[in-house]
Design a protein around this ligand. Structure first.
Ligand SMILES: *Cc1c(COP(=O)(O)O)cnc(C)c1O
Length: 397
């Protein structure tokens, strides 16, 4: 019997809101504000610089990394937190290319998130050795694993449609072609079980403000397969990833293990918010989370298709091919999403016409889904989205 994973009391959600955007920015865990306030006054305020040792600020990126490791199927000591996901993508790709110096192609797919692609383009230009970024359709990735590829860089779950790559088989295919495999887990970590170590991939990266609820700007993470962690080059050779930062040596020597992927001073306040936020996962089985999220997604799709015929499913119909969000296409999707948000149902919009909804069973249940579709059906039937105020675009959609 699956235990209910819903624990709404652990989150501070505004009254009257049905939050279907935890795949983009997780909500505030109730214990975070007090924890951060105490950290600021008791640690920063009272300990001052002694906090680096006495409050464990220096070792926190590894400690938080271990908490994340437990949620992504990685062993303790293989993950470190810090920087942003864009930076961690850069480091992973740079390290992968140095491991495969005779090859010149990086393979990714057109469902990848733009920043991953931009970071790769910038890195390849900088290297200036004729590297090429090859972008294929997501369904063609398996066939595109040719023996000229240095590194395969994929995001497991497509940010628009929720389409999910099979990590084990694609990692195997990359290895068979002699390529280094990098996974981006931005829409995977905290959404479902991941057997990262079992996949054998070399590197994985992800962010913590989506399903892991670390807050806006929360640090990212990077995993390095343990047998590579003594040789992988971090590219961004910051002093916090040095073997002896406080020796102030003029020559860079990487730290042992994944700690070499640290760059500069970590954002301690934000890291503390994340450390506390991760405590909501204590005793939670990601297999149960997944079972519950599939049930919520199936309910949502069935109710939307029955009551909102104006919308077209953009996500794979088979839940096994999906992450934990569901997208529908609608020509006036932007305005319809604004109208939904105005009535307390928060999802988001991705150009050109995708209405996106995330399913996070820690704080959503079947009644929330029905409530959300009630409002959506009303907005579509009354065409409330035609109101001019719903057509004004903000900087962030
Ligand atoms: C959310 C997301 C990012 C965001 O990168 P930041 O550096 O944190 O802004 C990058 N890649 C993917 C695949 C994402 O989903």
């Amino acid at each position: 019997m699956t235990q209910s994973v819903t624990r709404k009391h652990l989150f501070d959600l505004p009254d009257g809101v049905i939050y279907l955007d935890g795949n983009s920015l997780g909500p505030l865990p109730a214990a975070v504000p007090g924890h951060v306030a105490r950290m600021v006054t008791d640690q920063w305020g009272q300990m001052l610089i002694k906090g680096w040792n006495d409050a464990g600020w220096f070792t926190q990126p590894g400690r938080v990394g271990d908490m994340i490791a437990g949620l992504i199927g990685a062993p303790a000591g293989s993950v470190v937190a810090g920087d942003t996901l864009s930076i961690k993508v850069y480091q992973a790709l740079a390290a992968a290319l140095q491991m495969n110096p005779d090859r010149r192609v990086v393979l990714t797919d057109s469902g990848n998130f733009p920043t991953d692609v931009y970071m790769a383009q910038g890195l390849l230009d900088l290297i200036g050795q004729g590297h090429q970024l090859r972008i294929v359709a997501p369904e063609d990735v398996a066939q595109a694993m040719t023996d000229d590829i240095a590194a395969v860089m994929l995001t497991q779950v497509d940010y628009r449609t929720g389409r999910r790559h099979d990590m084990a088989s694609l990692t195997q295919a990359a290895h068979d072609a002699g390529a280094v495999m990098i996974w981006d887990l931005a829409h995977s970590a905290g959404a479902f079980e991941i057997n990262l170590a079992g996949s054998g991939c070399a590197f994985a990266v992800g962010c913590t403000y989506k399903y892991l609820n670390g807050g806006p700007g929360a640090p990212a993470f990077i995993y390095v397969r343990p047998d590579l962690a003594e040789t992988a080059r971090p590219a961004l050779q910051g002093w916090m990833g040095h073997n002896a930062p406080f020796a102030f040596d003029m020559d860079y020597q990487p730290a042992g293990g994944v700690a070499r992927m640290r760059v500069g001073t970590p954002p301690v306040i934000q890291m503390s918010a994340l450390e506390q936020a991760l405590s909501v996962w204590e005793g939670v089985s990601l297999a149960d989370v997944r079972t519950a999220s599939v049930a919520l997604m199936e309910q949502f799709i069935a109710e939307v298709e029955a009551r909102c015929p104006q919308l077209t499913l953009a996500s794979p119909r088979d839940p096994a091919q999906r992450g934990s969000h569901v997208s529908f296409r609608f020509d006036a999707g932007y305005a319809a999403m604004q109208a939904l948000i105005d009535r307390g149902v928060i999802g988001d919009f991705r150009a050109p016409d995708i209405m996106r909804f995330g399913f996070t069973p820690l704080y959503l249940d079947a009644d929330d889904i029905t409530g959300a579709v009630d409002i959506m059906a009303d907005i579509l039937t009354t065409e409330a989205w035609r109101d001019a105020k719903y057509h004004v675009r903000g900087a962030v959609t």
